[in-house]
Write a protein that binds this ligand. Structure first.
Ligand SMILES: COc1cccc(CC(=N)NC(=O)c2cccnc2OC2CCNCC2)c1
Length: 389
């Protein structure tokens, strides 16, 4: 039966979609900690749980290799996400993180890491309700162990460990539809290096287009155009946090960032996350912010290129500079940093610049989910203010 596992979980069910009598909010009440299962779920006999210490370079390397060889591929199996070790170290250690939520599965005999799933704590607001949640990510089962029903037991185990920390909700995304998306966003790509994108099959030469005409179409200025546009620095954290909290308050679902959160998630980290602010020259006020994270993809089976260097739009705020001009400056710095493509979802106000800045639609959608929290009706992507890694 389809969704055998998800129909047993406290998530919105497809059959409930039309039922407006169901209240918005938690689906199940928290259970007393004494009633949370104390021992890990059972794995098939030849496997064992391992808590992954992402601080250990050796363990981080094992996780990196598992994901690099077995994590998400595009629909045509031409590309596979290739998260760097530095990125994983950043993504998995935000303020208040729990090592116990970085969960691996090893083969008992060989000690080979064959599966992984993670959670990190996040305060997520849903309308007026700020909820302590786990952001669950990096669910990966080795290609050779697929269809052994490992994923459901890994999801139950991370849920159990999240419950032990008295957290009862979660947020996650997937490229597939399972019960039940709170919203589904198409993804979009802006070519920065069209020649390479066409060579590796990520893009196709447009009809009646030559390569030189295509290169010219996507050409960008050498430098940014907004006066006062500069990299974000530590001293900007309080102002950026204020700007971000105010901006995100307009969305139905959005993170509730503290200054500490903003410092971790938004301060530039080489090769991981880039963020820029616009500072007014006369008032020194910070009026705008844009950011993107670095997530390369391995190119599967191309002779000349092994890696696609991709930037992913993160949080962008415009209060004085037009979002169009701000994002064009983001494209310009991404091109300066030799990214091949700039990706974005149609969340927040992104739809307002996608077409004009020459983004093209991707060949799929990303679906957002909440665990143990019902939303009255499916959201429009523009009501979502949450970007997951
Ligand atoms: C280009 O290389 C790829 C390698 C693997 C998968 C995909 C397609 C895809 N599934 N893309 C996305 O999910 C995506 C597209 C635009 C923006 N963010 C995205 O995903 C993010 C957020 C969710 N976790 C993965 C990274 C592309």
């Amino acid at each position: 039966r389809r969704h055998k596992f998800w129909e047993s979980q406290p998530v919105g069910q497809f059959k409930d979609l039309g039922d407006s009598s169901l209240p918005e909010g938690p689906i199940e009440a928290p259970t007393p900690l004494s009633e949370v299962r104390q021992e890990p779920y059972n794995l098939p006999s030849m496997y064992e749980w391992v808590t992954c210490d992402i601080d250990s370079d050796e363990m981080c390397t094992e996780v990196y290799k598992l994901l690099a060889n077995n994590y998400v591929e595009d629909d045509e199996n031409m590309f596979r996400f290739n998260y760097s070790k530095e990125f994983l170290h950043w993504a998995l250690r935000p303020p208040g993180y729990f090592k116990s939520w970085h969960i691996g599965v090893r083969v008992k005999n060989s000690k080979k890491l064959v599966a992984f799933i993670t959670g990190v704590p996040a305060r997520i607001r849903v309308r007026d309700d700020v909820v302590n949640m786990a952001e669950v990510n990096f669910l990966c089962v080795h290609k050779k162990l697929r269809s052994k029903r490992l994923a459901p037991v890994m999801i139950k185990e991370v849920t159990r460990r999240v419950h032990l920390e008295n957290i009862w909700q979660a947020a996650y995304t997937a490229g597939i539809v399972i019960p039940t998306p709170i919203t589904s966003c198409q993804y979009w790509h802006r070519s920065l290096n069209p020649k390479k994108l066409i060579e590796v099959g990520f893009s196709r030469l447009g009809a009646r287009m030559t390569m030189s005409r295509t290169i010219k179409l996507y050409k960008l200025p050498e430098s940014t155009v907004t006066p006062g546009f500069r990299k974000m620095e530590l001293r900007d954290v309080p102002a950026v946090t204020r700007l971000l909290r105010n901006y995100l308050s307009q969305f139905v679902v959005a993170p509730d960032f503290s200054e500490h959160d903003a410092e971790h998630w938004l301060l530039p980290t080489e090769g991981v996350v880039d963020s820029y602010i616009v500072e007014s020259s006369e008032t020194h006020e910070i009026t705008d912010f844009c950011s993107f994270y670095t997530l390369p993809s391995s190119i599967l089976g191309n002779q000349n290129h092994s890696t696609l260097k991709a930037a992913y739009s993160y949080y962008n705020i415009s209060t004085k500079t037009s979002l169009l001009q701000l994002m064009n400056d983001a494209l310009i710095v991404a091109k300066q940093k030799d990214f091949d493509v700039f990706n974005a979802l149609e969340v927040m106000h992104n739809e307002s610049f996608l077409k004009e800045l020459k983004f093209g639609p991707g060949d799929g959608s990303l679906h957002y989910y909440l665990y143990n929290y019902r939303i009255r009706k499916t959201l429009n992507p523009s009501e979502l203010g949450l970007v997951l890694l």
